[in-house]
Design a protein around this ligand. Structure first.
Ligand code: GRF
Length: 196
């Protein structure tokens, strides 16, 4: 499996994927990082791993079609056959979606279909979970389509919510679970134990 990774910020989930590839527990090769954010920490992580990196955004490509095309080319030139959104804050364009139909996965820090959609990212997710009174949160890995956090759910893992949890404490507990769960789910995809 040749991985194309898209990340906008810290890139700790991407790092867990790179580490699993290195350790051999994930039979895949990370080929390229695409980010919209020139100051994403993910860029240094990818460079340390010797990956090609591309900053592609509305400043580099004003026309959304041209941006979609540039992302498409970066992924196809690197021979990617699975695309992983690891904290990528933008919607995927139609050309990339068409080329990689059912081959783009996203990780979300809650149990979809609740607590997803536009504006539901980062600490906002964990605030909403706590405000809802839910006793369980978790991690979802799902296929990507035209809408935020919307495609078919491939795998989920639960994380407890404790009575006096703060959003920050819950975020940290969920993130720890993400770091083990994302590489494990990708390994299941690589071994055809999860059908896309
Ligand atoms: C993670 O919580 C992930 O579920 C969400 O964005 C966050 C990214 O964190 N999609 P990081 O950049 O991987 O550290």
């Amino acid at each position: 499996m040749n991985l194309g990774l898209l990340a906008s910020r810290r890139g700790s989930n991407m790092q867990s994927v790179l580490d699993a590839c290195d350790a051999g527990t994930l039979p895949a090769t990370p080929r390229v990082l695409i980010t919209n954010n020139p100051s994403a920490e993910a860029i240094q992580r990818a460079q340390r791993a010797g990956m090609a990196t591309h900053v592609l955004n509305s400043a580099t490509h004003e026309d959304p079609d041209a941006l979609d095309s540039a992302i498409h080319s970066a992924l196809t030139d690197a021979h990617c056959n699975l695309i992983v959104l690891a904290g990528y804050m933008k919607l995927i364009g139609p050309r990339v979606l068409r080329e990689f139909r059912n081959r783009i996965v996203n990780i979300h820090p809650a149990l979809l279909p609740r607590f997803g959609g536009k504006g539901m990212y980062g600490i906002h997710v964990h605030r909403a979970v706590i405000a809802s009174g839910a006793r369980v949160s978790g991690v979802s890995v799902h296929l990507v389509d035209e809408e935020y956090d919307h495609g078919r759910i491939l795998a989920q893992a639960e994380v407890p919510v404790y009575p006096n949890d703060t959003p920050e404490a819950l975020a940290e507990r969920v993130l720890r679970k993400e770091h083990e769960f994302l590489p494990a789910v990708l390994a299941q995809i690589a071994k055809n134990q999860i059908a896309l």
